[in-house]
Design a protein around this ligand. Structure first.
Ligand code: G3I
Ligand code: 9MR
Length: 554
């Protein structure tokens, strides 16, 4: 049955760049036309015909598209359709994504472990330092001859993974890489961006300053005795909903795994390349990272199937993954690009891994992204046609999905998993790679649609970034947002978004508003399955906002 909703007109609540594709989703109604009006004086500036109503399975709605891409004049507007409430106000302008782009990066600063956030950087969200992680215990699962159970190591800094206060290597891998790739692809954009963090103005772009905070932690997670990397640094159980300095449980490093070690190798190889131009400010670091990456690679060769097994006394996030071809390929690809050593190209076994939408447990496309970006500088062994083909094949599949979608987004029913909002943005990242390779405008427009989706053009009507748009999440599953005494949540965080699993429903007093995939979202602090925040979800927001704002230099 098709659900009836008191649905509203949905669109990117922040607005649009003058030249971008501009689409709103309108609930099906007898109306056949729409208008765009000047939000200040009501003057009609655009008339359009609504698209044919169509059914969107993930939300059970009948909707039409309102395309006003031809409206390019900067200003503040609203969309009007007879019989419906006017849309939220939105802006057309060259600067519309500047603030959300900066806030998304600043979100990483707000989630820094092991440091106080000072009022001069954090404003009302200033807080004391928590989790110094200078005395971390080696858990039984990670014990070795050189570091027996109970050995104390230091593993400070890094970002809290999400709404919890643990630090997980696998998820750090994709999140940190995505920031490094954003810089590698759009250096001019980020060289001009300062987000008021303690390092701002030190001659290193802030996106790299922020990435360094986590890279330093990652380096400390490698056992120097053998090159293996711990899967996570964690409490035994999740901290209560308190500020970081109130959470003082013992911390452990747990089991070295192949996935963690390969993700580490990939990120360190990439970082050694991206940071090389800053050698005068970071003496020795680039070389140290590359050496660490090679040592990790060697460990993974010797331990190719150390899959994470959650110890009985640990209940925090698992990030377990038993399919490791993609991790091997990604690490080999980054090592190949950074060393030009053909043996790493051969180790990629590139014929075997297709391009898929990236996720923490699906990193093969991170290899394709880096290979495509560096395609003119690879050694002769590289198969450039294969690299382009992998990305274009995925880009075309996403375009086809979008074409068949009543919302004109590539998100299908199966994409509504835990962290679905990041699926949309990682789809956008892959569409942007196709655009950067082929130049066809349709890929860029589809990426814009995915960005619009998380900022309001979705079946819930929420803009899913805290502090941006209205409604936006007020009660994210994020311990500092809940435990500080500020009403508004810490800004700049993308919440996980709708998905029908509702794994938290026993803990939520309030029922989800719907069981339908695209509407199964609850803006309550209890809802870790739909309303948590996470570093691997914010990183593609940073990437996509910068890519779109860099147009036409994408
Ligand atoms: O792998 C299966 C797949 O075979 C199956 O078809 C599919 C059907 O639902 O499920 C897949 O497993 C999912 C798994 O993620 C891999 O994607 C699980 O259902 C799903 O529950 C699981 O969600 C993960 C969640 O932790 C619970 O483990 C999220 O991806 C992951 O982002 C999230 O991460 C948490 C950390 O554990 C702790 N810190 C917060 C962070 C964000 O919520
Ligand atoms: O806060 C935890 C969150 O970061 C995780 O994503 C989630 C799933 O692993 O678990 C949350 O912790 C909850 C725990 O699983 C069950 N008891 C309530 C906890 C939330 O306070």
């Amino acid at each position: 049955p098709i659900a009836t909703t008191t649905a509203s007109i949905k669109l990117n609540q922040l607005g649009f760049l003058p030249a971008s594709d501009k689409v709103a989703v309108v609930p099906a109604s007898p109306a056949m036309v729409f208008s765009v009006v000047n939000a200040t004086n009501g003057t009609v500036v655009w008339h359009g015909v609504l698209g044919t109503p169509a059914h969107w399975a993930p939300s059970g709605e009948m909707v039409s598209l309102a395309d006003f891409s031809g409206l390019t004049a900067p200003g503040d507007y609203q969309i009007k359709v007879d019989g419906l409430a006017a849309s939220t106000r939105f802006t057309i302008g060259t600067d519309v994504y500047r603030a959300v782009s900066a806030a998304a990066l600043k979100g990483f600063y707000f989630n820094r472990a092991g440091t106080a956030l000072l009022a001069q950087h954090a404003g009302a969200y200033a807080r004391a330092a928590g989790h110094p992680d200078t005395q971390v215990l080696v858990h039984r699962s990670a014990a070795s001859a050189a570091r027996p159970e109970g050995t104390v190591i230091a593993s400070p800094k890094g970002w809290y993974d999400a709404g919890d206060y643990n630090k997980y290597m696998v998820n750090s891998g994709i999140a940190t890489y995505t920031l490094l790739a954003a810089y590698e692809h759009f250096p001019a954009y980020f060289q001009a961006q300062q987000v008021n963090i303690p390092e701002s103005g030190n001659g290193i772009p802030d996106i790299l300053n922020e990435a360094l905070w986590n890279l330093e932690w990652m380096l400390s997670m490698q056992d120097p005795n053998d090159g293996g990397v711990y899967h996570k640094l964690t409490n035994k159980t999740f901290d209560p909903m308190v500020m970081p300095d109130q959470a003082t449980s013992a911390r452990y490093v747990v089991q070295k795994t192949t996935a963690a070690t390969l993700d580490f190798a990939a990120v360190m190889a990439s970082a050694s390349r991206v940071l090389r131009p800053y050698q005068d400010k970071l003496p020795g670091l680039s070389a140290r990272m590359l050496a660490a990456a090679k040592m990790a690679w060697a460990w993974a060769q010797a331990h190719p199937d150390e899959v994470y097994r959650q110890p009985a006394d640990i209940v925090t996030g698992e990030y377990g993954d038993a399919t490791l071809d993609d991790e091997f390929m990604w690490a080999a690809a980054e090592l190949y690009i950074s060393t030009a050593d053909d043996s790493f190209y051969l180790a990629m076994k590139p014929g075997g891994v297709s391009a898929t939408v990236p996720a923490w447990d699906d990193v093969g496309s991170l290899a394709w992204i880096s290979l495509a970006h560096h395609r003119y500088h690879l050694s002769p062994i590289a198969d450039r046609a294969l690299i382009a083909n992998r990305i274009m094949t995925l880009g075309d599949a996403l375009l086809a999905a979008r074409k068949n979608s009543a919302y004109a987004v590539a998100m299908r029913q199966a994409d509504f998993v835990w962290g679905s909002n990041a699926v949309a943005l990682n789809q956008a990242i892959m569409l942007l790679q196709a655009y950067r390779l082929g130049g066809q405008r349709a890929y860029l427009d589809a990426a814009q649609s995915a960005f619009d989706y998380v900022l309001g053009r979705n079946a819930t009507g929420y803009s899913f970034v805290t502090g941006y748009g209205s409604p936006s999440p007020q009660h994210p599953h994020h311990r500092p947002s809940q435990a500080d005494h500020v009403t508004a949540p810490v800004p700049g965080f993308l919440v996980g978004g709708p998905q029908p699993g509702q794994q938290d429903k026993q803990e939520c007093a309030q029922a989800y508003p719907s069981n339908l995939a695209a509407r199964s979202y609850l803006d309550q602090v209890c809802s870790y399955a739909s309303n948590e925040i996470a570093i691997n979800w914010n990183a593609p927001l940073v990437y996509v906002a910068a890519a779109l704002a860099s147009w036409p230099q994408v």
